[in-house]
Ligand binder design. Structure first.
Ligand code: NAD
Length: 364
């Protein structure tokens, strides 16, 4: 994620409310109903606020291309295809991910409250964005959740451990744990060394990536983000060597098999992202005594975060803290958008019939 102070002097600074208003306006012009436009805006702007610019409003140009190409039909809803109490299979009908994942999570949360647990497979959803958004939804309802996600519908970006070309995508994993009235544990990451969107951000900003993240089309290590925009394409490596690779594979196999397929010839030619998500939602109060379970989590976190900070570290954090810190910072100081991303958003706005004046007013 972005660091608190890594804003570039050329960046355009937009306040949360204006960026949200722009996003709603743009998707209303594209044909989304009000609720859909708001759910997209809530999600993308919260991703920017959280420091995950790769999954924020920078996605708008890609979403508009997919909408215009008929790849993401608007105003679709999650459709239950298997309902077996604590087991749900939900089809997203390739609809807007921010809507169909929201509806699928609402159902899974309701079932977990009823049965103590729900295993939910969401299949065939257009890009569902930052997976932590869905973990936060469960945690806000007082529930634990885990999410295994894979990506199909476009060419592969990520190489298997020991491989020299890409075979699957950035397959995110998320685990969310509620903490009563304290902010939840939200572990949420791409199983690739970096999210593909972060390579795009580096490419747009004309920056090099750090070492150990990318290989070129010949399988050699490189720091040039351009290899992910060339033909033939390079690849991103998985995080954590063989362990991260194993986790990426778990996402690929579970989300793929219970969803609408894993990435391979036959599922990668569509030309637009489809996410599958295999999710467990668990009510901690139905496994044990809720108060005692939450108290044990606190005792454990107190012990772990009391570790003396290493040199250069302010304090030991838990997953979810960096995003919360960034939210506070960006709510106070505005959200930076790099000029290339802004230009692409303006172009996307023009494609859906917004004029320059409509768009520029959000920048002021
Ligand atoms: P990242 O590398 O920034 O890691 C984020 C995780 O690490 C968070 O849980 C964060 O709280 C935690 N973290 C970071 N620093 C920490 C610290 N010092 N102490 C404790 N915890 C810390 O994330 P990423 O891999 O770049 O992923 C970015 C986003 O991209 C995620 O939200 C992910 O869901 C999303 N994504 C989505 C898709 C998709 O297909 N929809 C694909 C890939 C990634």
């Amino acid at each position: 994620m972005a660091g608190l102070n890594d804003r570039h002097p050329d960046d355009i600074i937009i306040q949360e409310k204006k960026l949200h208003g722009l996003t709603v306006d743009l998707f209303r012009h594209a044909g989304s109903e009000e609720r859909e436009a708001r759910l997209i805006a809530d999600h993308l702007v919260l991703a920017n606020l959280s420091g995950h610019d790769s999954h924020g409003v920078g996605m708008i140009p890609r979403y508009v291309i997919n909408i215009k190409a008929g790849m993401t039909p608007l105003n679709q809803h999650a459709q239950v295809v298997l309902d077996a109490g604590g087991l749900l299979v939900v089809d997203g009908n390739a609809g807007v991910g921010q809507v169909v994942a929201y509806e699928a999570m609402q159902m899974a949360i309701e079932r977990a409250k009823m049965h103590g647990v729900c295993a939910m497979a969401l299949r065939n959803a257009s890009h569902i964005g930052r997976i932590g958004h869905w973990g936060e939804m469960a945690a806000t309802a007082g529930l634990v959740s885990t999410h295994y996600v894979n990506v199909i519908g476009h060419k592969p970006y990520v190489a298997p451990f020991g491989g020299a070309d890409a075979r699957f995508s950035t397959n995110p994993y998320c685990c969310a744990i509620p903490r009563g009235d304290k902010p939840p544990f939200i572990l949420d990451f791409a199983t690739s060394r970096v999210a593909q969107g972060k390579v795009r951000v580096a490419y747009n900003r004309k920056q090099q990536m750090f070492e150990g993240a990318l290989i070129d089309p010949q399988g050699n290590p490189t720091t040039d983000p351009g290899v992910m925009f060339s033909d033939p394409i390079g690849a991103i490596l998985t995080f954590g060597e063989h362990k991260g690779y194993g986790m990426a594979l778990a996402c690929e196999l579970l989300a793929g098999a219970f969803g609408s397929g894993a990435m391979r010839p036959g599922t990668m030619e569509r030309g637009a992202t489809i996410n599958n998500m295999f999710t467990f939602v668990v009510d901690p109060g139905k496994i044990g005594d809720r108060t005692e379970v939450l108290a044990e989590i606190e005792r454990s976190l107190d012990w772990i975060t009391a570790s003396p900070p290493a040199a250069g570290v302010e304090k030991v954090m838990i997953p979810g803290d960096p995003e919360r810190n960034m939210r506070a910072h960006r709510r106070a100081n505005g959200i930076p958008i790099d000029p290339t991303t802004w230009e692409h958003i303006v172009d996307a706005g023009a494609k859906v019939g917004m004029n320059q004046v409509d768009l520029e007013k959000y920048r002021a």
